[in-house]
Write a protein that binds this ligand. Sequence first.
Ligand SMILES: *Cc1c(COP(=O)(O)O)cnc(C)c1O
Length: 398
Amino acid sequence: MSTTTTTDVKALESQHVLQTYKRQPVVFERGSGMRLQDDHGKSYLDFLSGIGVASLGHAHPKLAHALADQAAKLVHTSNLYFHPLQGELAARLTALTGLARAFFCNSGTEANEACLKFARRYWHTKSQTNRTKYVAFTHSFHGRTMGSLSVTWDEHYRGPFQPLIPGVTFVDGADPAALLAAVDADTAAIIVEPVQGEGGVRPVSPAMAKAIEDACARTGALLIADEVQSGAGRTGEFLASPAAGLTPDFVALGKALGGGMPVGAAMVSAEAAETIFAGDHGTTYGGNLLACRAALVFLDELAGGLQAHVREMAPYFLTGLRALQSRVPAIREVRAAGLIAGLDFDKDPAPVVAAALERGLLINRTSNTVIRLLPPYIVTKQDIDEALAILEEAIAAV
Ligand SMILES: *Cc1c(COP(=O)(O)O)cnc(C)c1O
């Protein structure tokens, strides 16, 4: 137990931390596997994993050991020098994604930022400096930095920060004809989440995927797949793009990749990589030894059976969610892909999130009406049963 109380923690934060977050009223001090423990010793089943990040669960022994070992050896050297882990991690990621090269950064928004810049750089190198526009989708979320924000749809995130990057068109995800009309000879790139996360767990439709591929083939526009939430094994495959029918030139990765350490990566096709040169982009921390070590542990686990486990859990999870829907009329739709799921309610389910928290289950609400579940990849059938039972109780209680 800590020496400070929940009240102390809240008071200190409310006085000194910039108030950009509306936190749930709980203080977490430790975790283990699927569970977190608060400062009163109460245990919570974690079906959010820090928004899709704690892919190995909490306090994973191999990750903890590797980080301690790496921290005792070498944490950071900057990108001025070589170290042994970046090339190794890049080799693993290129094999997993089919893209030729990796650029490492520290977050999802930075991975998208890199992809957006690389797309511009591609056309600049080819002397087509007119090709500066981006096409994005309604309900998209790509991050909070100015570039990523420019292709993020929600007015609530964008409004106070205008003007953003000009030349961004948002296309309705249900309107392939609008996508075909929006992409032209001035489009640098289309950016798409194969499964929208913050936007309410909305997978791209086959018709839209075809329109995207056709538009890219017709105009030469590049394709950026934002797989920060859908990638790194979350859906059962390393990337969600191939199953969706998308062949991106760039893929943004983050979240689950570091198992909790801040790791981002922009994956780049061979053709695009040839248009990008030394000095074009950079970061002080990106790809440091501690971050790479964490990602390598994650990829080892994934290859060592965890990816197969995700695939095995996915249909069980979906069956449970559908059964829940059949008993709860307020759930209009279940949308899921592997271990990301959204329950679309007929009204704001925020009270359900609070009721679940009280009952020791962590979930969240996104896109106004959707309860989103993003369990760690280590989730078991028993955990799924428990979580859905608590969720049903929470729904009944509100
Ligand atoms: C979370 C998320 C981001 C932003 O990632 P950060 O690490 O918060 O910068 C970008 N794109 C998608 C699809 C995400 O889910």
